[in-house]
Design a binder for this molecule. Structure first.
Ligand SMILES: [Zn+2]
Length: 280
């Protein structure tokens, strides 16, 4: 049976003010292939955002962290507990950089890891497969001394690249060639001397990578109030690459038909504002 690859954005927040005032949601994104769900970078509120979309958090079988910063990992323990229920429903997998798991300040509790089927450390050579998905780490990303990886996520012949946080350095475009869809964390409109990408940094990146569709997300204050929408038009005009700003709860369905990529986009309805019913 063939599935479509689905992406559901549970947040688009980047900077601290946007995250902690929840001006945008900050739950990362979900990638689905049939019944299999991978939660990428479950930041603060990921649990709540899943529930709002009517998704049982216990149905998320895999979690993938690109790095240990709180806006990418805030709900990782919550989601592992939701999946494993303290060991009652053992299973699930976690893929995370070494410094998220070990060292002075690991962000994933050790007692949770025992209840998972599989825990894998990301490394520059990391590649793995899981239930029809294949994942590959893209490196290096220079990001405040924290071990940070970009990702290539593949399923049913569709390739999705995720440019996680990092400094806008020249080589990033080459890392992300050959993707159908490219998600780029453009935190700022203009470059700053910080380890985050701006829209101006996304320009040469897109010129090299040339995906069929680019999505910009992970917005700080300066990307709100219509700036992200204008920036997407700016990127498209200069690169010729179709570019869209991500909205909270935006859902994409990707499918390859006779070699052509079909892309469906809709806003996922919020079916459970408060909590999931118990089915009674
Ligand atoms: Zn970060």
């Amino acid at each position: 049976m063939r599935f479509s690859l689905k992406l559901l954005f549970l947040g688009t927040a980047g900077g601290r003010r946007v995250t902690f005032r929840q001006l945008r949601a900050s739950g990362g994104f979900l990638v689905e292939l049939g019944p299999w769900r991978v939660h990428v970078d479950p930041g603060p509120g990921a649990l709540i955002r899943l529930v709002q979309c009517g998704i049982d958090p216990g149905s998320v079988d895999a979690i993938l962290l690109t790095h240990r910063h709180l806006d990418h990992s805030g709900d990782v323990n919550t989601l592992i507990e939701a999946r494993t229920m303290g060991g009652w429903t053992r299973g699930g997998v976690l893929f995370a950089p070494r410094d998220a798991l070990e060292g002075k300040d690991p962000v994933v509790f050790r007692y949770h890891r025992r209840n998972l089927d599989r825990v894998e450390e990301l490394s520059p050579e990391w590649e793995t497969t899981w239930n029809g998905f294949s994942f590959r780490a893209l490196w290096p990303h220079v990001h405040n001394g924290v071990e940070t990886y970009g990702l290539a996520i593949m399923g049913e012949g569709v390739k999705v690249g995720y440019v996680s946080d990092g400094r806008g350095e020249g080589g990033l475009g080459d890392l992300y060639r050959g993707m159908d869809l490219l998600i780029i964390n453009t935190t700022f409109r203009y470059p700053r001397d910080m380890d985050h990408l701006s829209v101006e940094d996304a320009l040469p990146l897109l010129q090299k990578a040339r995906p069929q569709l680019a999505l910009i997300t992970h917005f700080s204050m300066e990307m709100t109030k219509g700036v992200a929408e204008e920036a997407a038009i700016y990127l498209r005009e200069r690169t010729g690459v179709r570019t869209l700003p991500v909205r909270d709860f935006m859902e994409l369905t990707l499918r390859r038909e006779a070699g052509e990529l079909q892309i469906g986009i809709r806003d996922c309805p919020l079916v459970s504002p408060v909590g999931l019913g118990d089915g009674e």
